[in-house]
Structures are given as C-alpha cells and as structure tokens.
Design a protein around this ligand. Structure first.
Ligand code: ASP
Length: 589
C-alpha cells in the first residue's frame, strides 16, 4: 500500500475544501456522464464522491473506467466544493467531491451476490452465507458501531462504580439455568465432559465468597434450547454480582447503568426510578410476567358477577375454584361474527374452552348470552369493564392462572392486530416477587422459576415447609415493551437454606454433593450476602436499535436451526478426532 489514508470518507466537509487528502475504501458504484465519471467511495464512516474528468486527466479517467463495485482503493486528491446545482443533500458529504490525482487499486472484487446497500430484499440465508458482505452495508455497520458503543458505555460506567471485570471459565461444569448444556468431550479424561456455561452464575457467586465485592463480565452464554426466532444458542450477557447488598441496591445500580447506556449510546435521558410491579399484580392486570405497558386493555376480574349469573360456563368455573376475567377492546364492537369466531378458535388453540363476547350498544348488550344475566348484573358488568357504546368485551372462564395467561396473550394479539402499540417510547418496569418455584406436572416436582440459588423472601421462609408454591422470591426482572431485558436475584448465602432448596427441587444428597458440593463447601467459609443480575445484551441492543430480529444485532449469528451458514458449523469431524475423544462414531451417513 503506497498511499496512506489521511481521512475517513465521512469526516470530510466544506472545511477541507482546497486541501489534499488520501482516502481508502470500497467502490460503491460508478456513474458515467460522458466526459465525467463519478465513483462513490465507501468506508465505514460513509460515502464520498470521486470525480474524474476525461479532458483534464485522460489516463486517470481510463483507469477509473475499469473500476468495479467493491474494488478496494486508496485515492489521493483535492477536496473541491460542488457547484450549487450538483449539491446532494441526501449525502452527508454531498457538498463536496474529490478531484482524484492518483488511484491505487488495492484489490479487485467479484460481483457480490447482493447489493451492498440498505433495505435490500435478499434472502436472509444468502446474507448469512456472505455475512462479511452483509456487514459492509451501512445499517449493519451502524449495528456494529452501536454494539461497540453499548459495550464501552457499560464498561466505563461499571468501572467507575467500582465493578471489576473478571473472566470466568468457558470449559466448566453444568450451571443450571433451565436449558440443555453444550458438552465438550475431554480427551485426557475418557468419558468425561465439560459443559459450556449457560451463565457464569456459580463462578460469580464464588467470586463474592472470594471477596471481589463487585464483579461484572461481558459474558458469552450457551444454551442448547429448541430455537425460536428470538433465540440464539450463544448470546451475550452483561453479567453483574454485588456483595453486601439488598434488592433495592441492585435495582439502583442497574438503573444507573441503564441510564448511562441510554445517555451515551442514544443521547436520551431515561427517567429513573423505573416503575415497579409485583408478579401477582402483573399477572392480574396484564396476564403476563413481562407486561407490555405501552397500551391499556387491562384484565378485569368479574368472578363476583360470574358466580351470581345463570350462565353455566361462568358460574361453574367460579364454583370450581376458577375465575372469569375480561378485557375491554375499546371501540371494537364492529368486529364481524367471523372475526369473533376466529378469536374463539385462537384462544381454544391456546388451551381454553372458549371465549364469551358482549358488545356494548346504546340499547344495552348485544351478546348470545344476554339471557343469562339480570339487568342489574349487566349494569355492574358494564361499570366494572368501563364499557361504553361500541366497545367489545371479551371473557374467559378457566382456572385463575390459565384465564389470566390466555387473556394476556389475547390482549397482546389484539393490540398488534389493532395497531395499538405506540412505537417510540420505551416502557420499562421491574417485576418483583416471583414465586420461587413452579410445579412441573410432567416431572411431578418443583422447579426453580429463576434458578436454585435465588433467595426466598425472609417472611416466606416458614412456608418452605408447608406450602412451597406460595413462597415468593427475591428475584427481579427488568422488562421493556413486553420483553425481558434483564433478570437476577438476591442469592442464598447460607449453606442450610441452600440445601433445603436443593432438596425441595428433588435433588438427593448424592446428586447435591456431586453437582454443587463445591458451592456448599464455599458457603462454609464466610459467604457474604450477595445478589446479581444479567442483561441480555443482544435483546437490549434490539430494543435500542428497533431491530426486529436478534440475528440483526449479532455480528455472526446462527440460523434458527442453529447452524452457521458462513463456516458450515456444526460439521462432522474425522474418525481420528472422535477416537482421540473416546467417542464411538455413530455416523449419520
Ligand atoms: N444467571 C442469571 C441468568 O443468566 C442471571 C442472574 O441471576 O444474575 O439469567
């Protein structure tokens, strides 16, 4: 490389007119206007126009004619102001151009399989196959820049607040976060495996026992789950842990971090403290533990009226210990029978018996179930549901949890369908007091809602012996626009309580020693009270950049089938490698 870059393309403006610069980058495109030839040169900061004039520089003009899209160049030339009629306001550098006096072709390029520009309509698999070309596109470069800015803002903020960045092992033992492990066979210990970490959970707790006090890590986590559109087998967390803290300290730290990220990365102020809601209230009002609070349509409990009415589906559900819950779909009384039937089929596909509907009109209620209600009952229903003319009221009768959850899903479905969600504002909130356990009917045992290291609320500890399902935890989730952005908890730091929880989760003494003996042992040596949290960095970035797919915020993501189209991973390995790892070749061919 003879010519050495003196400027980035995007940094040149009118103030540089009259100076000589050396630029380097890729050919975006070429336009031939008879004796004038224009080339747009692109680097990661933007585009700039190079101009070649046949009359004044015949040789250079001929050389420029040979340049193709994506050729790699260094050019030197003079910055000149454009005449008013050629100013291009769509381009950041549109007031100037470069009159080139030397071109150095650094590399040629084949015709790329898609245009290197924004908003291309290209199959995503092709983009992933040629990810290095996809990443050249300005919107993807912006993603890389934003990701970097976010990481830097987080690192700076956490450093200033006294957190140490500490790495924890990738080759480790299984850490339970509720997913399957990725296993790595050991060559040296036949038949033994490392697990890739589902999170640094155990190590960060051990770091608290080790006296690190404040830890963070930009941690890669691996979870072998059935993939959904918004999941990746490996993803990044901003992982934190603090000693000598209570839940409110943790929440304050996280809010400070988030506010800093918003300010530095987006230039926006985040108003803290963020709202807080209990799990129970979130389920009651929104039918979700990650409520989208950008719109209303909150759930109402009409079990009282339902118990009294003559509609069997309602009153029997309530007498059987269930509930009847409803939502008011404002102004949607115009829904056709077909639309209502489709909604019924939808909730049935989610596992409930059916959907009752009532349309509020001037004359009263339009509904097939009117005859089962007295006028007084209908009037209280209207009041309860804040029903006005033209509103559509929808009801589900089921076990309380199921009624809430399904109505919560319906609420979201309708908000999307009716376009009720105001994009733009981010609605953050903390969800607290999750139940410590969930009961798994398939396994006939309790499972942890968060993970087994989460502490119960002090006042609920006695319930561990009597009614474990009622125990509330000291876990907290940070939710934004209906998406969980971060989750964590105050931890158990006493050996006895930790053992009790493991037992309740169905671990035998042997399993407990085998899997977590080292943690229980560490707790014998003065473990401080501690707690922590982890942010899903990719999800946070999705939110901040308003991207719809998690794959668009990860430089080299996997497909929904867990494959890397660029490298072809996962791929078969040689029989020799398998043999070294003491693995029999079951073969797929
Ligand atoms: N390890 C947890 C997770 O990955 C986060 C935490 O509890 O700090 O979800």
């Amino acid at each position: 490389m003879r010519l050495r870059r003196t400027y980035w393309c995007g940094d040149i403006s009118l103030k540089n007119v009259g100076t000589n610069v050396v630029l380097a980058g890729w050919v975006q495109g070429r336009r031939d206007h008879g004796g004038l030839l224009f080339i747009d040169l692109r680097d990661r900061t933007g585009l700039i126009q190079l101009v070649f004039n046949y009359e004044h520089q015949e040789d250079l003009f001929r050389a420029a004619e040979k340049l193709r899209a994506e050729y790699v160049l260094a050019v030197s030339g003079a910055v000149i102001g454009r005449s008013p009629e050629t100013i291009n306001l769509k381009l950041a550098t549109g007031e100037i151009e470069i009159r080139v006096d030397e071109i150095e072709v650094l590399n040629m390029a084949q015709v790329p399989p898609f245009y290197i520009e924004d908003a291309i309509d290209t199959d995503e698999n092709l983009r992933l196959r040629y990810r290095y070309l996809d990443l050249r596109r300005p919107e993807m470069q912006e993603m890389l820049r934003l990701r970097h800015r976010l990481l830097m803002a987080a690192r700076k903020c956490l450093d200033e607040r006294g957190f140490w960045e500490i790495e924890t092992p990738m080759l480790t033992r299984s850490t339970p976060e509720g997913a399957r492990d990725y296993l790595v066979p050991s060559r040296i210990s036949p038949g033994c495996f490392y697990a890739l970490p589902q999170s640094p959970q155990l190590f960060k707790q051990l770091l608290m026992v080790a006296g690190a006090e404040r830890y963070f890590q930009i941690a890669r986590c691996f979870r072998d789950e059935d993939l959904r559109a918004d999941r990746q087998p490996e993803f990044t967390q901003i992982d934190m842990e603090l000693s000598f803290c209570v839940r409110e300290d943790l929440i304050a730290e996280v809010e400070a971090l988030l506010a800093r990220i918003y300010r530095e990365v987006l230039g926006r102020e985040l108003h803290t403290p963020l709202p807080v809601i209990s799990y129970a209230e979130a389920m009651e009002r929104f039918g979700s533990d990650k409520p989208d609070t950008r719109f209303g349509m909150e759930l109402q409990d009409i079990s009282g009226i339902a118990r009294e009415c003559a509609f069997k589906v309602f009153n029997q559900a309530v007498s059987a210990g269930g509930a009847v819950k409803g939502i008011n779909v404002k102004g949607c009384g115009y829904f056709s029978r077909k639309e209502l039937d489709d909604l019924t089929a939808l909730v049935q596909s989610w596992g409930t018996g059916g959907l009752a509907w009532m349309i509020v009109t001037e004359e009263g209620f339009k509904t097939p179930i009117a005859k089962f209600f007295t006028n007084a009952q209908l009037n209280s229903l209207r009041r309860y549901m804040a029903g006005e003319d033209g509103d559509l009221l929808l009801f589900i009768a089921d076990a309380p949890d199921a009624a809430q959850k399904i109505l919560g899903q319906l609420r979201l479905h309708l908000a999307r369908k009716l376009d009720l969600i105001a994009e733009g504002e981010d609605h953050f909130l903390w969800v607290l007091d999750f139940p410590l356990f969930a009961f798994s009917p398939e396994e006939n045992r309790y499972t942890s809602n968060h993970h087994p290291f989460t502490a119960p609320r002090d006042e609920d500890i006695p319930l561990l012996r009597t009614e474990p399902q009622k125990v509330r935890s000291l876990a907290y989730d940070l939710v934004c626009n209906g998406v969980e952005i971060a989750g964590g908890s105050i931890r158990i730091h006493g050996r006895d309580l930790q053992e009790t929880i493991f037992r309740l989760l169905g671990l035998t003494q042997e399993e407990l020693e085998e899997k977590f003996g080292f943690l229980l042992e560490a707790f014998k040596y003065g473990a401080p009270p501690h707690g922590g949290i982890a942010f899903g960095l990719d999800r946070l970035l999705m939110l901040m950049s308003k991207r719809k797919s998690i794959r668009d915020v990860i430089p080299f993501p996997k497909t929904a089938a867990g494959t890397c189209l660029l490298t072809g991973a996962p791929a078969p390995v040689s029989p020799h490698q398998l043999q070294e790892l003491h693995i029999k070749n079951f073969g797929t061919q």
